[in-house]
Design a protein around this ligand. Structure first.
Ligand code: PLP
Length: 280
């Protein structure tokens, strides 16, 4: 496991962030989270596209070119010798005495590479419990911003009730999970929240939608109410970290345990991550 900061690779536990780093003072930055499968950073182009979009949306100029960032990622993989890994990339507005106004300093890139966080096989078989909670976040959730406090509070509130994920509801409709996107299947049609400013446009979401297209599954990117979700035939969440993870319970409502569409999509997704076919 390794870290990269201020242009150098370092021990993961080395203290490197100066007191005036805007990332920790303001959460003034954006991030990405990429999974490496068998030596290949999965969907790297999509992740780097989203990093560029997020940075642009908050007027941060990336301190390295796309090719330089790819080189750093590959060096991290080589130096760590990890074949399967989690890569966290963070870009902040830089280091300057604390002031709300943007300083005229270069942005700072931080990166870590670690062993992948594994989800227990049992969770994939049985599905997870989830809790519906009010979405208390801001209006620009399409930006992968460092400001995750509402997400943390929601996940923690769910955990305190024995649930693995909080599913967020805004103005009467499901937005997404605290760290995932939400899908439902009803009468063999796949539903998911449209990728507006209200949700993070998940890379796993995009890959799963393409898997569904390849299998000629009907797709509706459409807002879902809590009662629609509770009445669905199958519900699953997606993220880079968990892939596709079935939901077995929403609040007090148990969902059916027969999940043919989820199983088919999970299989198709695992072929993608295994690199059986080349994908962006
Ligand atoms: N939505 C939120 C709020 C997230 O934090 C995440 C991932 O961490 C996702 C969705 C899933 O995105 P991805 O599939 O790109 O990991």
């Amino acid at each position: 496991e390794l870290a990269y900061y201020a242009g150098e690779f370092r021990d993961i536990n080395e203290a490197v962030i100066p007191i005036d780093e805007r990332g920790h003072q303001f959460g003034d930055g954006v991030y990405e989270f990429i999974r490496v499968y068998k030596g290949v950073p999965f969907s790297i182009e999509r992740h780097l596209d989203r990093l560029e979009r997020s940075a642009k949306a908050i007027f941060i100029e990336l301190p390295v070119s796309r090719q330089e960032l790819k080189d750093i990622i590959h060096q991290a993989m080589e130096k760590s010798t990890l074949k399967d890994a989690d890569i966290y990339i963070q870009v902040t507005r830089g280091i300057a005495p604390r002031n709300h106004l943007f300083p005229d300093v270069p942005a700072q890139l931080a990166l870590t590479i670690r062993h992948p966080r594994q989800t227990p096989e049992e969770a994939y078989e049985k599905g997870i419990f989830t809790l519906l909670l009010e979405d208390e976040r801001w209006a620009n959730c399409y930006i992968k911003s460092l400001n995750l406090l509402p997400n943390l509070l929601a996940k923690q509130a769910a955990a305190s009730k024995g649930c693995k994920e909080a599913i967020l509801v805004k103005d009467g409709y499901i937005t997404e999970g605290s760290s995932s996107n939400v899908f439902a299947i009803k009468d063999n049609v796949l539903f998911t929240t449209p990728a507006t400013r209200k949700i993070l446009s998940g890379i796993t979401r995009a890959n799963v939608l393409e898997c569904a297209q390849e299998q000629a599954i009907q797709i509706r990117e459409q807002n879902m109410t809590p009662s629609f979700l509770k009445d669905a035939d199958e519900v699953f969440i997606t993220s880079t970290s968990v892939g596709l993870l079935p939901v077995s319970k929403i609040d007090e409502v148990e969902l059916p345990t027969f999940r043919p569409v989820t199983v088919a999509l999970k299989h198709a997704y695992s072929l993608r991550t295994a690199g059986t076919k080349a994908y962006q």
